[in-house]
Design a binder for this molecule. Structure first.
Ligand SMILES: Nc1nc2c(ncn2[C@@H]2O[C@H](COP(=O)(O)OP(=O)(O)OP(=O)(O)O)[C@@H](O)[C@H]2O)c(=O)[nH]1
Ligand SMILES: [Mg+2]
Length: 452
């Protein structure tokens, strides 16, 4: 793409470590390496070389390894350099400052990957996936990001576009040979073919609903009547005494939030103040209000009840939010015997009966939570491609054009149908970044860290 600037950034965090990596990319990369390491010959690409890095003023800054990359064979698709110095932030910063003195500019967030994209090393979905791979905080998020990085979505889009092109070619051939205003098109031939693509687009688009659960974690709210064992449940899942637990009802006044991993999933779990229909004080009423507010943002609920007492009344608002599809009922305190009708209470809801004081509580509970999150489709299936919101929006627009194409078949001149197909294709291409839209590129790359 003919970038004229040479950029540099730390590729590893600035903290004490065995090795620190500094990246350089752009036309002067090799010249700078030769000068700093005192090399006369041309650099051999993709070889690691030992050398002493000397500053512009001739001071030896560190003994390093460095690798030069030649245009197409680098990450960015242009001449590049990686310097591996000792992992002391002082050294890394000195080398970085010297690179700036030698004419490099500090890279913007995501600029290395942006160049890789602009130089055709990857499509836009893969570039986005680089950021996702780095920031993934659960196994499932990592799997999904790696799937995107491998170009799975790009491949799907190429397949769809190819199918559309074939239909477009057939339609255009009819435009060319038709002398009638509205030619007699074989609707029965085109419609099912277009509908098939539409339903594939829809399926892929629907996976975006998992996107926030994947990246930010699944919001799980623990709620229930006072004293049921909600904070005890949080502590069991977190594996430490995070929340205060006491036999006094109304111990938890404000919500407590923790991030945990259960199996391959990242979960943001909230312990809330006990809910009952009538609050005894102003503070309790405020606590209940907060609990309901937390519940309104939840992806999933864990409803904890004390099964050794009568069934609780949790009030209309909480009742309206829970369904068999989004709630696991925990019938706690099984060690105290059962008063509550364990099967008759909220029939149809998934349930587990246990004592949170039991040493096996974590195993039983986490296994049950995993099973329910999967069976209720709160989490994606293990091996599915998950698209982001940006992708879903384009898929939806492409679908609209294909729907319009179906409606226009044989009713309006074929040019309209052909135009709709072309628009659908360009929407799909936008997902891969095959278009010239600086605004979208800025948006995509601004969320990156510097050095990527
Ligand atoms: N016997 C028995 N006691 C339990 C069990 N789980 C929790 N408790 C006790 O029940 C009491 C209340 O537990 P918490 O975890 O504070 O209950 P909570 O629902 O957070 O209560 P609030 O915050 O006051 O609404 C504590 O004394 C716990 O030790 C259980 O399985 N069996
Ligand atoms: Mg509590």
């Amino acid at each position: 793409m003919g970038e004229t600037s040479t950029i540099t950034a730390f590729a590893t965090p600035l903290s004490e470590s065995a090795i620190a990596v500094i990246r350089v990319s752009g036309p002067d990369s090799h010249k700078i390496a030769k000068e700093a390491f005192g090399v006369k010959k041309e650099l051999k690409a993709r070889y690691s070389v030992f050398g002493v890095y000397k500053s512009v003023s001739g001071d030896a800054l560190d003994e390093c390894l460095y690798i030069a990359f030649k245009d197409k064979s680098s990450y960015t698709g242009e001449d590049a350099l990686e310097i591996y110095c000792h992992g002391n932030p002082f050294i890394a910063k000195k080398i970085f400052s010297d690179l700036i003195a030698r004419g490099c500019r500090q890279a913007l967030p995501g600029e290395f990957t942006r160049r890789a994209f602009l130089n055709g090393k990857m499509d836009l979905t893969q570039a986005e996936a680089v950021a996702d791979v780095i920031s993934a905080r659960s196994e499932i998020a990592l799997n999904a990001a790696q799937k995107l990085l491998s170009g799975t979505l790009g491949k799907k889009i190429s397949d769809w576009n190819e199918k559309i092109i074939r239909l477009l070619a057939e339609i255009e051939s009819q435009i060319d040979f038709s002398d009638e205003e509205v030619p007699d098109l074989d609707r029965a031939y085109f419609e099912p073919k277009l509908s098939e693509i539409i339903s594939e687009l829809k399926n892929t688009e629907n996976t975006a609903r998992y996107s926030s659960a994947l990246h930010e974690g699944i919001n799980v709210v623990i709620f229930g009547p006072p004293n049921a064992g909600k904070s005890s449940l949080l502590n069991v899942l977190v594996g430490e005494e995070r929340a205060l637990v006491s036999e006094e009802a109304g111990t938890t006044r404000d919500f407590i939030s923790e991030n945990i991993n259960i199996g391959p999933y990242r979960i943001r779990i909230l312990d809330t103040a006990g809910i009952r229909e009538y609050a005894a004080s102003k503070i309790e009423a405020a606590g209940i209000r907060r609990s309901i507010e937390c519940m309104q943002k939840a992806d999933f609920f864990i409803f904890v009840v004390d099964a050794s007492v009568e069934a609780p009344e949790i009030g209309e608002e909480a009742n309206a939010l829970i369904t068999p599809e989004n709630t696991l009922l925990v019938l706690n305190k099984s060690d105290l015997g059962s008063v509550l009708d364990a099967n008759g209470f909220l029939p149809g809801f998934e349930r587990i009966s246990l004592s949170l004081l039991d040493s096996g509580a974590y195993e039983a509970l986490s296994e049950k939570i995993l099973g329910v999150l999967k069976s209720k489709e709160i989490v994606p299936k293990d091996d599915v491609l998950i698209v982001g919101i940006r992708h879903a929006e384009s898929l939806s627009r492409a679908r609209d054009y294909l729907e319009e194409a179906i409606q226009s078949l044989g009713i309006v001149p074929l040019e309209f149908t052909a135009n709709n197909l072309r628009s659908a294709m360009s929407e799909l291409s936008e997902i891969l970044g095959r278009f010239d839209n600086e605004r979208i590129l800025d948006k995509v790359f601004s969320s990156f860290c510097i050095g990527k």
